[in-house]
Design a binder for this molecule. Structure first.
Ligand code: SF4
Length: 96
């Protein structure tokens, strides 16, 4: 049995801060998103960037929460276009 103490996502997120850009570095093709019966991006993102608006069916993109981990690009290259945040913005690690 594994007795290692697990670190919560909140504790992990405490180690980073972000300089938020005025423009999103993530684009979602909403029509393709709506046709996906089980969008993996809603579950795979550790920072809950993607949230489905149950009224409109569209994907809300909370890009300011992005940790730049790349998981959404592995999960979906069809309708998520992810680019690096512009220079000087994005994740900043508090402890190097
Ligand atoms: Fe979420 Fe990682 Fe994609 Fe950023 S790069 S949106 S943190 S899955």
């Amino acid at each position: 049995m594994n007795n290692k103490k697990r670190t919560s996502i909140e504790d992990k997120l405490f180690t980073v801060t972000r300089k938020i850009d005025t423009e999103s570095h993530i684009k979602v093709d909403q029509e393709k998103f709506k046709k996906d019966p089980n969008p993996a991006i809603l579950y795979i993102c550790p920072s809950k960037v993607y949230v489905k608006n149950e009224e409109t069916g569209e994907c809300v993109v909370n890009f300011e929460n992005c940790l730049e981990c790349g998981s959404c690009q592995v999960a979906n290259r069809d309708y998520v276009v992810w680019d690096n945040p512009r220079g000087g913005t994005g994740v900043i690690y508090k402890y190097g």
